[in-house]
Design a protein around this ligand. Sequence first.
Ligand SMILES: C[S@@+](CC[C@H](N)C(=O)[O-])C[C@H]1O[C@@H](n2cnc3c(N)ncnc32)[C@H](O)[C@@H]1O
Length: 329
Amino acid sequence: MDINKINILSYIKNKNLYSRETFKEYDSLFQIFLENEKFCNHGNLKKWKDILNLLPDSNSNYTDYSGSHIELGEKSSLGSDDKKKLQDLLLNLSPWRKGPFNICGVNVDSEWRSDYKWERLKSFLPNITNMRVGDLGCSNGYYSYKLLGLNPELVVGMDKTALYVFQFLATKHFAKQIQKLLILPCSAEEFDSKNMDFNLILSMGILYHTKDYAKHMEAVKKLMKKNGYLILETIISSSKKNINIDKGQTYAGMKNIGTIFGKDNLIKILKNKGFHNIECVNESFTSSIEQRTTKWMQGRSLKDFLLPNGNTIEGYPPVCRAIFVAQKK
Ligand SMILES: C[S@@+](CC[C@H](N)C(=O)[O-])C[C@H]1O[C@@H](n2cnc3c(N)ncnc32)[C@H](O)[C@@H]1O
């Protein structure tokens, strides 16, 4: 049968990206691949499936999440022709915003050095041994892979951008033995907590993109178990005042921005939403070393959206990101 006539879930099954047991155990989660109409009707689905279908096979089971790169497959496991083919195919899934990955020796040098945020974050994560983690807005799964290093029962990533889910599926082609990580094509708001709830939720890089922050916080809370932990990472306003970005306007060149909250205002929101033990554990300015144009994201990046004094091109103070830890009551 023409591979493109097969629905994406059958395709994932045919490619053996997970074991039969995993498909059975998480059947209701895998159904999201078929239920999400936006994903299923995406105009590029055929193109992306073709790319996945052409990926060379490596029989290396090597994985290492401990360094800056998520490493999948031994460097020597592909010959030079296959490596070149792999690089070209992965480049066709650009832009790669999050990474870096090293896949069988191919260095995916993404726009973001996501390892910088991981370094700021990792010492504040609770013990998640044998617990379930939800990574909302997980992009291609860089942090979800990192979390596997902490020995959870399961990590479930969710992202509403179909391309990033395909990037994950491309990496998963080289990590078929991993059963504890699923990345699903849906928004946090669409995920039904009846399917599963979580001991730890990460919401990183989402809040400033939402038009309705209260709705996002409600969705976050609904997905959490009682006493569960939240890691909320977002851009904050360095003054006490929130910055509201009007429809059609940009912030550091980014469209689709709602409100950039002041730190104390965000703490108040968390309190009002039913969280306690709230702490802001890190604040850091984003630099053009952490976020930059590369071969894997050839568009404009942070430095193109900053003035010489470090303010954004719109005249707002330098981009500052904060990490909050909180517990659901
Ligand atoms: C700025 S990136 C952050 C990625 C990653 N979490 C990080 O911290 O680097 C935002 C990602 O969240 C996704 N996204 C935005 N809103 C979302 C939502 N409500 N539910 C799920 N994904 C969302 C976008 O598609 C994008 O991949």
